[in-house]
Design a protein around this ligand. Structure first.
Ligand code: CTP
Length: 401
């Protein structure tokens, strides 16, 4: 479809960046980035008209993004030039040549252009020897100032080494170490750095990324109390192998990223977590939940380890927690047989049990309103859990009795 628009309108457009890199590596990449010297936004509108999806426009840089809804994302930018006026801050942008648009990028392997006007004979333009670096598995910057301009590229370099099993080329590695020694990361906001951490934990082999981030000491710039140890790395590794376990425990589809964030913060004390969260732009509700989790963790574990824990107590303890939180408790305590079996009992047996009667049903029986209602509902919950009262009729029958 895009090819048709290009041919029909005679526009010069190239595929660029990560998708070309991954195409050459034979890997799937559904984020398609296009660059054009014509008006990127007009082109985006034409593509959108033909292909549908959700169009987002950025008027000042004549850029458009189309989300096709089938995991495919199309970004179309008008070629631009970027200036870094202050290290670590976002660049100033103006329209530029194609070469300007390539020079602003991080690594040679991300500067490849693919011209596919003739689909049978697509052409790659390679101005910085990106293809050779790609085949030699090297991550190489375009110029010596790259990490000063944008220190978050240090995180990107680490991620790419883990994702593709590449090496950071010698001079690039020296530049990273020099930039770190000069504390370039202190000029970047914690929030931007945290975004890089999140991108790392979303990688398929995130435990490797974490380990490497830590080797470069990349956590210390976000919080000087945050540290990663082998326990955390192990838990990340476990989580990646845990899909089978999740099935056995009847976990639904849940967000691994959320669980990973909980694990990542495991070593922080309450106050330390609070200080860190103040600097991050996570949703208010997410922050509240993370703090509550930290506050209640020890208490909840104590309850879950109690020798004679009743079904009712187990239900009450886990009922208000999300599946992500429960998975976190499970992962962190996977070697503890008691806790493991309690969680198993809850997720496989109790999680979907509900009290289907309420105060109104008690009132209908002529019971005078008062604290007795809560007592009755508690007793009914116990009955429901212990005797599998899974319909309202069954519960009403017991209530009457
Ligand atoms: N880029 C950059 N410096 C950054 C971030 C991005 O130079 N700090 C450039 C890279 O050339 C990259 C392009 O912008 O190819 C698009 O960025 P993004 O979509 O984040 O990167 P991808 O390379 O596609 O990485 P990923 O596969 O992780 O999405």
């Amino acid at each position: 479809d895009i090819n048709e628009v290009i041919k029909h309108k005679n526009i010069i457009v190239y595929l660029v960046g990560g998708c070309v890199r991954d195409l050459l590596l034979g890997l799937e990449n559904l984020d398609l980035d296009f660059v054009t010297l014509d008006d990127g936004l007009n082109f985006a509108k034409m593509v959108h008209k033909r292909m549908g999806g959700k169009l987002t426009v950025h008027n000042n840089f004549r850029t458009g993004s189309i989300n096709l809804g089938n995991r495919i994302n199309i970004d179309i930018v008008t070629a631009r030039k970027e200036y870094y006026e202050e290290p670590g801050k976002l660049p100033k942008v103006e329209f530029g040549s194609l070469l300007d648009d390539l020079i602003r990028r991080d690594f040679t392997m991300n500067t490849l252009l693919l011209d596919f006007k003739n689909l049978d004979n697509p052409i790659i333009y390679d101005y910085f020897d990106g293809v050779s670096d790609l085949y030699n598995k090297k991550i190489r910057v375009l110029h010596d100032n790259s990490f000063i301009d944008d220190p978050t590229r240090i995180y990107r370099a680490v991620r790419f080494t883990c994702r593709y099993n590449f090496e950071i080329e010698d001079n690039t590695l020296k530049l990273i170490n020099k930039a770190l020694k000069n504390n370039v990361l202190t000029s970047v906001s914690e929030d931007r750095l945290f975004t890089e951490i999140i991108k790392g934990i979303k990688e398929r082999n995130s435990y490797k990324v974490l380990k490497k981030y830590d080797e470069f000491n990349l956590f210390s710039f976000i919080s000087n109390t945050m540290f990663i140890n082998n326990v955390i790395i192990d838990k990340f590794n476990n989580l990646e192998q845990i899909n089978k376990i999740k099935k056995g425990y009847k976990f639904p589809q849940i967000s691994d990223t959320e669980v990973k964030i909980m694990i990542l913060f495991h070593n922080l004390k309450e106050k330390e977590l609070q200080n860190l969260l103040e600097k991050l732009s996570l949703k208010k509700d997410t922050k509240k939940k993370l703090l509550e989790l930290k506050e209640n963790y020890g208490k909840t574990l104590n309850i879950l380890s109690k020798p004679n824990l009743s079904s009712y107590e187990l239900y009450k303890t886990l009922n208000k927690k999300t599946y992500e939180e429960i998975l976190y408790y499970l992962i962190m305590n996977y070697n503890d047989n008691i806790i493991r079996s309690r969680i198993y009992q809850y997720t496989t047996n109790f999680k979907n049990k509900k009290l289907l009667i309420d105060g109104k049903d008690i009132k209908d029986l002529g019971v005078k309103e008062g604290p007795i209602y809560k007592k009755i509902l508690d007793i009914m919950l116990k009955e429901t859990l212990n005797n599998n009262l899974n319909t309202k009729e069954k519960q009403l029958k017991v209530l009457k009795e």
